[in-house]
Design a protein around this ligand. Sequence first.
Ligand code: ITT
Length: 216
Amino acid sequence: MLRYVTTNPGKVREAERYLPDGSVERLDFDYTEVQADELGPIAARGAREAYRRADAPVLVDDAGLFVEGLDGFPGPYSSYVEDTLGVERVHEIAADLDDRRAAFRCVLGFCDGEGFAASPDPVDRGERDAAAAAGPEADESDDEGASARDDPLPVKLFEGYVPGRIVAPRGDGGFGYDPIFEHDGETFAEMDTDRKNAVSHRGRALAKFAEWYADR
Ligand code: ITT
């Protein structure tokens, strides 16, 4: 059984559509979200911590909203900003910008304690050189300290991205920033789960993961 490690049930509702019935269960565990400019190191570190907690295969999901006119803010700080400012305030700030383009990004981190065969997808092996070679998303920051960089547990990363723009809140589906993120004329909160999955950052990352996991 795969554990989808998140405090957010909305993420698991989306993930269940990609995986065989009964093959995934939510583990409500708040892993340490290290301060980093990229989502990859946060997901890699979280997957290691969650695997040690669960002692079973885990998938962690780190996502964020990146607003172009705010140089990518709130990005990896999206959760903190939602809790403090709230989604409507983020829209109000963006409403004053000339450039309201934005993107959602998602990085899934998978860990089952085993290694991975060579592949084009990034694998964070907890070593600075290997992580850097796997691409910028997988590079680990200095903030994590030497013990995290040298952690031998490999983590496989799957990334997804969707462009859109910030609009006044519309719709009552989804969660988080969905009401203020418009893609192709609709906000994510106006889409049902299948429609959001078909275009979203998480849907893209999950599709890559599900294809790879079927052979694992
Ligand atoms: P976990 O860390 O426990 O998984 P979280 O909701 O805090 O739950 P993230 O740190 O990945 O998850 O999310 C950062 C923020 O981005 C948070 O405020 C989410 O509500 C929001 N977010 C993530 N995915 C989203 C999506 O698909 N649609 C709208 N908002 C999303």
